[in-house]
Every structure is written in C-alpha cells, then in structure tokens.
Design a protein around this ligand. Structure first.
Ligand code: NI
Length: 301
C-alpha cells in the first residue's frame, strides 16, 4: 500500500474510533479516560492472537519491547499475517527472533494490483522457509476500498487458494463488502480442502453457518465491541464457540474502550469478555476453547 493510502486509512480508523467512542454511553464502573494497559501487568489467562500485523510500520518504534513483554500478558502465540512480499520477509524475521510467533504468507487484496507470477513464486518459496508458517494469508477481496481492481483481486485470491492447497495450509481470508463473491470463490475452488478462517467476520448468520458447515472458523476481533453490530452479535450467539477464533488485526480494529489508539494483542481481553457476555458463559471457557481451536487449525504446538 502506498504511504498516502496508509495514512488516509489510519486517519479514517482514528476518526471512526472517535465517532464510536462518542456514541458509547459512559459506564460508571469504567473510567472515561481510555484504560491504559501497563507493560508490567501480568495476565492470568492464556490466549492466541490469530491475526495481527506486528511487522506494520505502526510498531517500528517499540516492536521488540512489545513482543518481548507479550508472554507476561498471557499471549501464548500470535499469527502474524503478511500483506505483501516484503511483509512476508519481515514476518519471517520476527518469527526467527520469537519462536512463539507463527506466520501467514500471502498478498492482501489492497496490494495485488500490478503483481506478477514472480510474486506468487516468492510467496511459495518464503512459505517453505520456516516450519511455523501456518497459513496462506491474508488473502481475499475488499470492495470497500477497491485499492486494486476487482478482477485482479479475484484472480489473485483464486491463485493463492490454489497455492494453499498445494502447500496444504489453511487460508486466512479478508472479505469486506464482498461477501457473496468471497463465498462463491471459496466454494468453486474447493478451499474447504484446506479450511481456514474468515477474518473479522461481518456477514450474516446464515452465511456463517455455511462457512462452519464447510469446516471454516470465524475470526472475532474488536468489531464485536463496537456499537451497532447487532448482526455480528447474532453470529457470535448462533455459532458454537468451537468455531470461533480470537484475533486483533493489530494495529487496526482496537476494541472499545480504547478505540482510536493503536491496537495490540493485549487488547484481546476486551474481545474475550464481550464473547463471554454474549454467550452467557465464563470468560475462562472462551480462552480455553478458542486456544484449542487456534492450535487445531494452525497446527500450533
Ligand atoms: Ni489484517
């Protein structure tokens, strides 16, 4: 993504955050000021962040400080999702330094314009470089921003599904305002042979059930804490916990009450708490079951 596009995106996310915060009624039990998560706090729960971008420039200043502290917050593993070939290389670098970091290799739909076959070959080779490469992603379709032409997005999504099948790796799918085309491509190209996760799932319950029947998982992140997400809440209610994964999409998608700030894996506590609340179960159960789900899908030891 070009720098200007990225800046526009970050600005937009920040504005969305402010807007959402303005809409959230103030809860007397929670401070009005965004809650600080100090680096010395020890988290008693253990979880896996199945979708983050710690190689993003947003972490340039403190990537090491943050990653070194993650275990103290209960983060067992993270799956760092690449977005282009350079990001694949950066992800592998982080994986070499931190043995608990897993990686997904792939080209994000924002980045597929002007790619050629060499890019697919590069992703293939990089995916074979480390045994902790656990998925092909993030791949998919984004008709909201349309940073790449839609036909090119579709072609590259299909090519990368084929690559995942060849490498026998699950896929991590980004789908925004492209629900039906995403489902059609996944079905037509038999992606259920490798399975995967629909990241930041935002479709309806009926489609969620169809994905689950095909063996897919749904990624639940900060969005579930946002106001006016009734449809997503119905999905979380209706889909068994055995099919949900916890994720952050760091540095994006920061949950309430910290919207507008940079996101990182520690903020999953707000997502897990919300899922427990929606399902009327203990948060411990959310951590336990979703951790098993992540281990099963990504082969995390
Ligand atoms: Ni992402």
């Amino acid at each position: 993504m070009r720098i200007e596009e990225k800046e526009a995106l970050l600005k937009k996310f920040a504005a969305e955050g402010e807007e959402a915060e303005a809409k959230v009624p103030i809860d007397p039990d929670h401070p009005e000021e965004p809650e600080e998560l100090p680096l010395d706090k020890v988290e008693e729960h253990h979880f896996i962040d199945t979708h983050c971008h710690f190689d993003d420039t947003a972490f340039d200043e403190d990537q090491d400080e943050l990653l070194s502290a993650m275990h103290a917050f209960g983060v067992l593993n993270v799956v760092n999702c690449a977005t282009d070939v350079k990001s694949c290389r950066r992800t592998l670098k982080i994986m070499k330094r931190y043995p608990w970091v897993y990686g997904a290799m792939g080209i994000h739909p924002h980045e597929v314009k002007n790619l050629d076959e060499d890019a697919i070959a590069a992703v293939y080779n990089l995916a074979e470089e480390n045994a902790r490469v656990c998925a092909i992603g993030e791949i998919g379709l984004d008709y909201h921003y349309d940073f790449s032409p839609r036909d090119e997005q579709q072609d590259w999504f299909i090519e990368q599904i084929e690559l995942a099948k060849e490498l026998e790796l699950p896929i991590i799918v980004h789908s925004r305002e492209a629900a039906q085309d995403t489902m059609d491509i996944i079905r037509d190209y038999e992606a259920e042979r490798v399975g995967g996760v629909i990241h930041a799932y935002s479709g309806d319950l009926q489609m969620a059930e169809e994905y689950v029947r095909m063996g897919f998982y749904l990624g639940i992140g900060g969005m579930v804490t946002f106001p006016k997400v009734k449809r997503l809440i119905r999905v979380v209610e209706g889909i068994p916990l055995e099919r949900l994964l916890l994720e952050t999409d760091s540095p994006y998608m920061t949950p309430v009450p910290n919207r507008g700030q940079r996101n990182d894996s520690r903020q999953i506590v707000h997502v897990a708490a919300k899922i427990a609340e929606i399902k009327g179960i203990r948060v411990e159960e959310v951590y336990e079951v979703t951790t098993q789900n992540a281990k099963r899908l990504f082969g995390i030891e």
